[in-house]
Design a protein around this ligand. Structure first.
Ligand code: FES
Ligand code: FE2
Length: 459
């Protein structure tokens, strides 16, 4: 008989998670509904659709969706399947169009809400008068819109569940760490732009292993020893510049977590990262540091290197500075997508040094990411056997030693090396899997602390 979710995930007493949840097809199907059908999912960045009528093809779980910007500039997310007989409507990765015309029988759907009742509405039907006798209800057969869409500092999020909390409630104080990646390096709000294209590749691994790694696995440093030895970092040492006082810190009631700094009140060198040795890059870095000292004064701020927003969006905030999100394909196959961020107004030299570093580090050809992919795919494969799938993974490190974080709502930290964040991720996973609707998924009270960058935004 199938085990219950609570039997599979016991992160609070035993500190274990059954391998079954990484390889089982039925549980995978349940995840599509309970996790990907409910959570706020990152679907793209507005930098991928900068102009009116631009679109970008994305996914929510295994469903293809189209992120569009309409003629008036508003953002929408539409299910990418023709309502007539299911043809995948848009098959280009991205582009610009006012209408999506289905290649099968020619129905067309408008992204301009002024031409039709709403964006995605059915616009043109070949033979509408002659074959359908004008009787087809066009209002009813438009593309399916994703009902909840929110844009936060350029990042676009969507949820299928109208009962989901607001995105800001969903993020809680994890938003502070996201701000660090999305704001200008000098602390001005909302300054990141997407540089280059979108890297997309497949990994033969269960999707959860990827956000689990990014949520706070410092213990696997040994995997990257060769990259550290080569010295691919911007300053030629290690895989990135050293960044003191790291902890793993998480928001157990939200399921998010980071490797980063506890809130601090005085700027220190290196928070914004250094970028190579060119005089222009050095001058830029010094300027950023001076600006941050002036801007933040003695107010609270945070910094981070990598984190995960439950369930499937992970981001690096400093070196590299990127967003990676995962699309599950099956229990044992996942597609990873990655976009790369730079300050919009950084000098070209700085952007170019960042671009070259990102390629050395990330993606299927990046030296660091390829180490990780090997771990995830072999761990999945070595858990699919009749005997191996009966075992449990061990998440016992630091169990019972978490402490609250002063300054942040609902956060705990557990020092540098521990598995607190992974436990928070799987605890949240169980809550989603056990619940029959959003009403049964616990949420903490309040939206979190007053944020430094918000007060900047109001100035
Ligand atoms: S499937 Fe799209 S028009 Fe028929
Ligand atoms: Fe890694």
């Amino acid at each position: 008989m199938r085990k219950s979710i609570d039997e599979l995930v016991d992160v609070d007493n035993e500190g274990t998670v059954a391998r079954e949840i990484f390889v089982d097809d039925e549980l995978f199907e349940q995840e599509l509904e309970h996790i990907f059908g409910r959570a706020w999912l990152f679907v793209g960045h507005i930098g991928l659709v900068p102009n009116p009528n631009d679109y970008f093809q994305s996914r929510m779980g295994t469903d293809p969706v189209i992120l569009t910007r309409d003629k008036a500039g508003d953002i929408h997310v539409l299910l990418n399947t023709c309502t007539h007989r299911g043809m995948k409507l848009c098959r280009s990765d991205q582009g610009n169009t006012r209408t999506f015309t289905c290649p099968y029988h020619g129905w067309s759907f408008s992204t301009d809400g002024r031409l039709v009742s709403r964006p995605g509405g059915l616009y043109g039907v070949p033979g509408f008068e002659k074959h359908y006798h004008s009787e087809l209800d066009k209002q009813k057969w438009g593309l399916i819109p994703v009902p909840r869409v929110e844009v936060y500092k350029g990042t676009v999020w969507a949820s299928w569940d109208i009962g989901a909390p607001s995105l800001l409630d969903y993020l809680g104080d994890m938003r502070l760490y996201l701000d660090y990646a999305l704001d200008y390096r000098d602390g001005r709000p909302d300054g990141a732009e997407v540089i280059g294209g979108v890297q997309k590749w497949r990994v033969n691994a269960n999707w959860k292993m990827i956000p689990e790694n990014f949520i706070g696995d410092l213990y696997h440093d040994v995997s990257h020893r060769s990259v550290d030895a080569v010295g691919i970092g911007p300053s030629g040492k290690g895989r990135r510049d050293k960044f003191g006082n790291r902890v793993t810190l998480c928001f157990p009631q939200h399921g998010h977590g980071v490797i980063g700094q506890l809130p601090f009140y005085e700027e220190y060198e290196g928070v914004s990262g250094t970028w190579g040795d060119s005089p222009e890059a050095r001058e830029y870095h010094e300027h950023v540091h001076r600006s941050r000292v002036q801007r933040f004064g003695d107010r609270m701020r945070v910094a981070m290197s990598v984190g995960t927003i439950f369930p499937s969006m992970s981001f690096h905030g400093r070196q590299p500075r990127t967003i990676a999100w995962v699309h599950p394909l099956s229990a044992t196959e996942t597609e990873m997508w990655r976009i790369f961020l730079v300050d919009r107004d950084a000098p070209d030299t700085v952007k170019d040094e960042a671009r070259r570093y990102y390629m050395r580090y990330s993606g299927p050809g990046g030296m660091t990411e390829s180490d990780d992919m090997e771990n995830w795919s072999y761990a999945t494969r070595a858990s699919t056997g009749w005997r191996s799938r009966q075992l449990h993974f061990n998440y016992q490190m630091g169990l019972g030693h978490a402490r609250p974080v002063p300054g942040l709502a609902h956060a705990v930290e557990n020092g540098e090396y521990n598995e607190e964040n992974a436990r928070a991720f799987y605890r949240r996973w169980s809550q989603f899997m056990n619940a029959s609707s959003w009403k049964e998924i616990p949420m903490p009270d309040g939206t979190g602390s007053e944020l430094v960058t918000d007060s900047e935004a109001r100035q």
